[in-house]
Design a protein around this ligand. Structure first.
Ligand SMILES: [Zn+2]
Ligand SMILES: [Zn+2]
Length: 333
Protein backbone atom coordinates (compact mmCIF):
# COMPACT_ATOMS: atom_id res chain seq x y z
CA UNK A 1 0.00 0.00 0.00
CA UNK A 2 0.97 3.66 -0.31
CA UNK A 3 1.43 5.59 2.93
CA UNK A 4 2.93 8.80 4.25
CA UNK A 5 5.94 7.88 6.38
CA UNK A 6 7.65 10.43 8.62
CA UNK A 7 11.17 8.95 8.84
CA UNK A 8 12.40 11.44 11.40
CA UNK A 9 11.37 14.93 12.50
CA UNK A 10 11.17 17.22 9.49
CA UNK A 11 11.31 14.48 6.84
CA UNK A 12 8.53 12.50 5.18
CA UNK A 13 7.88 10.55 1.99
CA UNK A 14 5.07 8.64 0.34
CA UNK A 15 6.32 5.06 0.51
CA UNK A 16 5.19 1.62 -0.68
CA UNK A 17 4.68 -0.67 2.29
CA UNK A 18 3.13 -4.12 2.85
CA UNK A 19 -0.62 -4.03 3.51
CA UNK A 20 -1.42 -4.49 7.21
CA UNK A 21 -2.91 -7.79 8.34
CA UNK A 22 -5.37 -7.83 11.26
CA UNK A 23 -4.29 -9.39 14.54
CA UNK A 24 -6.85 -10.94 16.91
CA UNK A 25 -9.42 -8.32 17.85
CA UNK A 26 -8.44 -6.05 14.96
CA UNK A 27 -10.01 -5.04 11.68
CA UNK A 28 -8.27 -3.52 8.68
CA UNK A 29 -9.89 -0.34 7.42
CA UNK A 30 -9.50 0.92 3.86
CA UNK A 31 -9.14 4.64 4.54
CA UNK A 32 -11.59 6.89 2.74
CA UNK A 33 -10.55 10.22 4.30
CA UNK A 34 -8.14 11.32 7.01
CA UNK A 35 -8.01 14.85 8.40
CA UNK A 36 -4.88 16.87 9.11
CA UNK A 37 -4.69 18.68 12.43
CA UNK A 38 -2.18 20.58 14.54
CA UNK A 39 -0.97 17.36 16.17
CA UNK A 40 0.21 16.07 12.77
CA UNK A 41 2.25 19.25 12.33
CA UNK A 42 3.77 18.71 15.78
CA UNK A 43 4.59 15.08 14.92
CA UNK A 44 6.20 16.22 11.67
CA UNK A 45 8.23 18.82 13.58
CA UNK A 46 9.31 16.32 16.27
CA UNK A 47 7.31 18.20 18.92
CA UNK A 48 5.02 15.40 20.12
CA UNK A 49 7.18 13.47 22.60
CA UNK A 50 5.41 10.06 22.62
CA UNK A 51 5.92 9.65 18.85
CA UNK A 52 8.34 6.92 17.72
CA UNK A 53 9.96 7.40 14.28
CA UNK A 54 9.45 6.28 11.60
CA UNK A 55 5.66 6.64 11.86
CA UNK A 56 2.64 6.74 9.54
CA UNK A 57 0.63 9.70 10.94
CA UNK A 58 -3.13 10.25 10.67
CA UNK A 59 -5.66 9.89 13.51
CA UNK A 60 -8.88 11.54 12.19
CA UNK A 61 -10.31 9.02 9.78
CA UNK A 62 -13.16 6.98 8.42
CA UNK A 63 -13.28 4.16 5.91
CA UNK A 64 -14.49 0.65 5.18
CA UNK A 65 -13.71 -2.63 6.95
CA UNK A 66 -11.93 -4.89 4.45
CA UNK A 67 -10.43 -7.60 6.69
CA UNK A 68 -11.20 -9.01 10.11
CA UNK A 69 -8.93 -10.70 12.62
CA UNK A 70 -9.96 -13.55 14.92
CA UNK A 71 -12.65 -12.91 17.55
CA UNK A 72 -14.54 -10.17 15.69
CA UNK A 73 -18.30 -10.31 16.20
CA UNK A 74 -20.52 -10.63 13.08
CA UNK A 75 -21.96 -7.12 13.55
CA UNK A 76 -18.73 -5.61 12.26
CA UNK A 77 -18.60 -7.32 8.86
CA UNK A 78 -16.40 -6.63 5.86
CA UNK A 79 -17.95 -3.72 4.00
CA UNK A 80 -19.04 -1.92 7.20
CA UNK A 81 -18.35 1.81 7.01
CA UNK A 82 -16.71 3.08 10.19
CA UNK A 83 -15.16 6.08 11.91
CA UNK A 84 -12.32 5.16 14.26
CA UNK A 85 -11.55 6.47 17.74
CA UNK A 86 -7.74 6.61 17.70
CA UNK A 87 -7.37 6.39 21.50
CA UNK A 88 -5.31 3.45 22.78
CA UNK A 89 -5.65 3.00 26.54
CA UNK A 90 -4.16 0.38 28.82
CA UNK A 91 -7.20 -0.05 31.05
CA UNK A 92 -5.16 -1.08 34.10
CA UNK A 93 -3.27 2.03 35.24
CA UNK A 94 -4.52 4.04 38.20
CA UNK A 95 -6.15 6.72 36.03
CA UNK A 96 -7.78 4.22 33.66
CA UNK A 97 -9.20 2.42 36.68
CA UNK A 98 -10.52 5.75 37.95
CA UNK A 99 -12.38 6.19 34.64
CA UNK A 100 -10.05 8.89 33.31
CA UNK A 101 -8.73 6.81 30.42
CA UNK A 102 -7.74 9.85 28.34
CA UNK A 103 -5.08 10.56 30.98
CA UNK A 104 -3.80 6.96 30.83
CA UNK A 105 -0.22 6.48 32.05
CA UNK A 106 0.36 4.26 29.01
CA UNK A 107 -1.58 6.48 26.61
CA UNK A 108 -1.19 5.92 22.92
CA UNK A 109 -3.11 6.73 19.76
CA UNK A 110 -3.40 5.42 16.23
CA UNK A 111 -1.37 7.82 14.08
CA UNK A 112 0.46 9.28 17.09
CA UNK A 113 2.23 6.30 18.64
CA UNK A 114 1.35 3.48 16.18
CA UNK A 115 0.71 3.42 12.40
CA UNK A 116 -2.09 5.76 11.36
CA UNK A 117 -4.36 6.57 8.47
CA UNK A 118 -2.45 8.70 5.97
CA UNK A 119 -2.28 5.35 4.21
CA UNK A 120 -4.50 3.21 2.02
CA UNK A 121 -5.07 0.74 4.87
CA UNK A 122 -4.74 0.76 8.63
CA UNK A 123 -5.27 -1.99 11.23
CA UNK A 124 -7.30 -0.87 14.25
CA UNK A 125 -8.82 -2.55 17.32
CA UNK A 126 -12.44 -3.44 16.53
CA UNK A 127 -13.51 -1.78 19.80
CA UNK A 128 -12.33 1.54 18.36
CA UNK A 129 -14.51 1.31 15.22
CA UNK A 130 -17.92 3.02 15.20
CA UNK A 131 -20.31 2.20 12.38
CA UNK A 132 -21.51 5.07 10.20
CA UNK A 133 -24.85 5.25 8.41
CA UNK A 134 -24.81 5.45 4.60
CA UNK A 135 -25.70 9.14 4.45
CA UNK A 136 -22.50 10.16 6.29
CA UNK A 137 -19.65 10.11 3.76
CA UNK A 138 -16.05 9.33 4.68
CA UNK A 139 -15.00 12.96 4.92
CA UNK A 140 -17.84 13.85 7.31
CA UNK A 141 -17.15 10.60 9.18
CA UNK A 142 -13.52 11.65 9.62
CA UNK A 143 -14.85 14.67 11.54
CA UNK A 144 -16.12 12.38 14.34
CA UNK A 145 -12.64 12.43 15.92
CA UNK A 146 -12.21 16.20 16.33
CA UNK A 147 -15.90 16.44 17.27
CA UNK A 148 -15.40 13.79 19.98
CA UNK A 149 -12.65 15.99 21.46
CA UNK A 150 -15.08 18.95 21.44
CA UNK A 151 -17.84 16.85 23.04
CA UNK A 152 -15.46 15.89 25.86
CA UNK A 153 -14.48 19.55 26.23
CA UNK A 154 -18.06 20.67 26.64
CA UNK A 155 -18.69 17.91 29.18
CA UNK A 156 -15.68 19.15 31.15
CA UNK A 157 -17.13 22.66 31.12
CA UNK A 158 -20.47 21.42 32.46
CA UNK A 159 -24.00 22.67 31.74
CA UNK A 160 -24.07 25.77 29.52
CA UNK A 161 -27.80 26.31 29.04
CA UNK A 162 -28.60 30.01 28.85
CA UNK A 163 -25.04 31.09 29.60
CA UNK A 164 -23.53 33.93 27.59
CA UNK A 165 -20.38 32.66 25.92
CA UNK A 166 -17.25 33.96 24.26
CA UNK A 167 -15.09 31.71 22.10
CA UNK A 168 -11.59 32.56 20.89
CA UNK A 169 -10.58 30.85 17.65
CA UNK A 170 -12.84 30.00 14.70
CA UNK A 171 -10.77 27.20 13.20
CA UNK A 172 -12.01 23.61 13.04
CA UNK A 173 -12.26 23.12 16.80
CA UNK A 174 -13.77 26.52 17.48
CA UNK A 175 -16.47 26.00 14.85
CA UNK A 176 -17.28 22.54 16.26
CA UNK A 177 -17.41 23.91 19.83
CA UNK A 178 -19.65 26.73 18.60
CA UNK A 179 -22.14 24.25 17.17
CA UNK A 180 -22.08 22.17 20.37
CA UNK A 181 -22.70 25.29 22.47
CA UNK A 182 -25.69 26.18 20.31
CA UNK A 183 -26.96 22.59 20.46
CA UNK A 184 -26.59 22.55 24.27
CA UNK A 185 -28.69 25.69 24.59
CA UNK A 186 -25.99 28.21 25.48
CA UNK A 187 -26.99 31.86 25.34
CA UNK A 188 -25.62 34.14 22.62
CA UNK A 189 -22.11 33.12 21.53
CA UNK A 190 -19.54 35.78 20.63
CA UNK A 191 -16.66 34.51 18.48
CA UNK A 192 -13.25 36.19 18.20
CA UNK A 193 -10.82 35.39 15.39
CA UNK A 194 -8.37 37.44 13.36
CA UNK A 195 -9.53 35.92 10.05
CA UNK A 196 -12.74 37.51 8.71
CA UNK A 197 -13.50 34.53 6.43
CA UNK A 198 -13.66 32.21 9.42
CA UNK A 199 -15.96 34.61 11.26
CA UNK A 200 -18.28 34.50 8.29
CA UNK A 201 -18.54 30.71 8.72
CA UNK A 202 -19.06 31.23 12.49
CA UNK A 203 -22.03 33.50 11.77
CA UNK A 204 -23.53 30.90 9.43
CA UNK A 205 -23.17 28.33 12.21
CA UNK A 206 -24.99 30.44 14.78
CA UNK A 207 -22.55 32.92 16.31
CA UNK A 208 -24.58 35.88 17.58
CA UNK A 209 -21.66 38.24 17.15
CA UNK A 210 -18.17 38.03 15.69
CA UNK A 211 -15.22 40.37 16.20
CA UNK A 212 -11.61 40.37 15.08
CA UNK A 213 -10.41 42.06 18.27
CA UNK A 214 -11.61 41.65 21.88
CA UNK A 215 -11.02 45.33 22.61
CA UNK A 216 -14.07 46.18 20.50
CA UNK A 217 -16.37 44.40 22.97
CA UNK A 218 -16.63 47.51 25.15
CA UNK A 219 -15.96 45.87 28.50
CA UNK A 220 -18.69 43.22 28.16
CA UNK A 221 -18.26 40.13 30.37
CA UNK A 222 -19.35 36.53 29.75
CA UNK A 223 -20.48 33.60 31.90
CA UNK A 224 -18.38 31.11 29.98
CA UNK A 225 -15.26 31.46 27.84
CA UNK A 226 -13.61 28.86 25.63
CA UNK A 227 -10.24 29.05 23.94
CA UNK A 228 -9.73 27.08 20.75
CA UNK A 229 -6.50 28.75 19.66
CA UNK A 230 -3.87 27.49 22.11
CA UNK A 231 -2.29 30.94 21.83
CA UNK A 232 -1.30 32.05 25.36
CA UNK A 233 -2.28 35.69 24.72
CA UNK A 234 -5.73 34.61 23.49
CA UNK A 235 -6.22 32.45 26.61
CA UNK A 236 -5.35 35.46 28.79
CA UNK A 237 -7.81 37.56 26.79
CA UNK A 238 -10.55 34.96 27.24
CA UNK A 239 -10.01 34.73 31.01
CA UNK A 240 -10.09 38.53 31.11
CA UNK A 241 -13.53 38.47 29.47
CA UNK A 242 -15.06 36.26 32.20
CA UNK A 243 -17.75 37.72 34.40
CA UNK A 244 -17.64 37.06 38.16
CA UNK A 245 -18.54 33.41 38.67
CA UNK A 246 -17.33 32.65 35.16
CA UNK A 247 -16.06 29.35 33.81
CA UNK A 248 -13.21 28.96 31.32
CA UNK A 249 -12.40 25.97 29.11
CA UNK A 250 -8.78 25.77 27.98
CA UNK A 251 -9.24 23.61 24.89
CA UNK A 252 -6.58 24.80 22.41
CA UNK A 253 -3.11 23.24 22.67
CA UNK A 254 -0.60 25.83 23.89
CA UNK A 255 3.16 25.21 23.59
CA UNK A 256 4.24 22.98 26.51
CA UNK A 257 6.55 25.63 27.98
CA UNK A 258 4.19 28.60 27.66
CA UNK A 259 2.85 30.51 30.68
CA UNK A 260 0.09 33.08 31.15
CA UNK A 261 -0.62 35.74 33.74
CA UNK A 262 -3.75 35.17 35.81
CA UNK A 263 -4.70 37.22 38.85
CA UNK A 264 -5.13 34.78 41.77
CA UNK A 265 -7.15 37.50 43.50
CA UNK A 266 -9.65 37.41 40.64
CA UNK A 267 -9.80 33.60 40.69
CA UNK A 268 -10.60 33.81 44.43
CA UNK A 269 -12.75 36.88 44.56
CA UNK A 270 -14.71 36.24 41.36
CA UNK A 271 -14.86 32.46 41.93
CA UNK A 272 -13.47 31.71 38.49
CA UNK A 273 -13.24 28.10 37.35
CA UNK A 274 -10.53 27.25 34.80
CA UNK A 275 -10.85 23.78 33.28
CA UNK A 276 -8.76 21.82 30.79
CA UNK A 277 -9.83 19.18 28.30
CA UNK A 278 -7.55 16.56 26.71
CA UNK A 279 -8.63 14.47 23.72
CA UNK A 280 -11.45 11.94 23.91
CA UNK A 281 -13.15 10.22 26.82
CA UNK A 282 -16.16 8.04 25.98
CA UNK A 283 -17.33 10.83 23.67
CA UNK A 284 -16.76 9.25 20.26
CA UNK A 285 -20.15 7.57 20.01
CA UNK A 286 -21.96 10.78 20.85
CA UNK A 287 -19.90 12.64 18.26
CA UNK A 288 -20.87 10.10 15.60
CA UNK A 289 -24.52 10.46 16.66
CA UNK A 290 -24.37 14.27 16.44
CA UNK A 291 -23.06 13.98 12.87
CA UNK A 292 -25.65 11.35 11.99
CA UNK A 293 -28.57 13.43 13.30
CA UNK A 294 -27.30 16.59 11.61
CA UNK A 295 -27.10 18.44 14.95
CA UNK A 296 -23.50 19.24 14.01
CA UNK A 297 -22.83 20.06 10.37
CA UNK A 298 -19.17 19.69 9.38
CA UNK A 299 -19.68 20.66 5.75
CA UNK A 300 -19.03 24.43 6.04
CA UNK A 301 -15.56 23.55 7.41
CA UNK A 302 -14.55 21.21 4.60
CA UNK A 303 -12.70 21.51 1.30
CA UNK A 304 -12.12 19.02 -1.52
CA UNK A 305 -9.82 16.25 -0.15
CA UNK A 306 -6.27 16.01 -1.53
CA UNK A 307 -4.48 12.81 -2.65
CA UNK A 308 -1.79 11.19 -0.50
CA UNK A 309 0.91 12.58 -2.79
CA UNK A 310 -0.15 16.10 -1.80
CA UNK A 311 0.33 15.53 1.94
CA UNK A 312 3.07 18.19 1.95
CA UNK A 313 0.76 20.66 0.22
CA UNK A 314 -2.01 19.91 2.73
CA UNK A 315 0.42 20.49 5.62
CA UNK A 316 1.40 23.77 4.01
CA UNK A 317 -2.23 24.88 3.76
CA UNK A 318 -2.82 24.07 7.45
CA UNK A 319 0.37 25.91 8.40
CA UNK A 320 -0.52 29.02 6.44
CA UNK A 321 -4.12 29.10 7.65
CA UNK A 322 -5.74 28.53 4.24
CA UNK A 323 -9.29 27.20 4.41
CA UNK A 324 -10.43 25.54 7.64
CA UNK A 325 -10.12 21.74 7.57
CA UNK A 326 -8.08 19.69 5.11
CA UNK A 327 -8.42 15.99 4.37
CA UNK A 328 -6.34 13.43 2.51
CA UNK A 329 -8.09 10.79 0.40
CA UNK A 330 -5.54 7.97 0.05
CA UNK A 331 -7.33 5.89 -2.61
CA UNK A 332 -6.12 6.36 -6.18
CA UNK A 333 -9.05 7.28 -8.40
ZN1 LIG B 1 -6.43 15.78 15.50
ZN1 LIG C 1 -4.13 3.40 31.54
Amino acid sequence: MRAVVIDRPGSFQVADLPDPTPRAGEVVVRVDCCGICGTDLHILAGEFPPTPYPIIPGHEFAGTVVARGRDIEPDLPEGARVAVDPSLLCGYCRRCRAGRNNLCENWGAIGDTVSGAFAEYVAVPAVNAYRLPDHIDGQAGAMAEPLACAVHGLRRLGPVQGDTAVLTGAGTMGLLLLQLLRHAGAGPVTVIDKVPGRLEVARKLGAARTVTDATTLGGERFEIALDATGVPAAIETAIGLLDRGGRMLVFGVAPAGATIGVSPFRVYNDELAITGSMAILRSFGQAADLLTSGAVDPRPLLAEPLPLEQFGEAVNRVRTGQGIKWHIRPALV
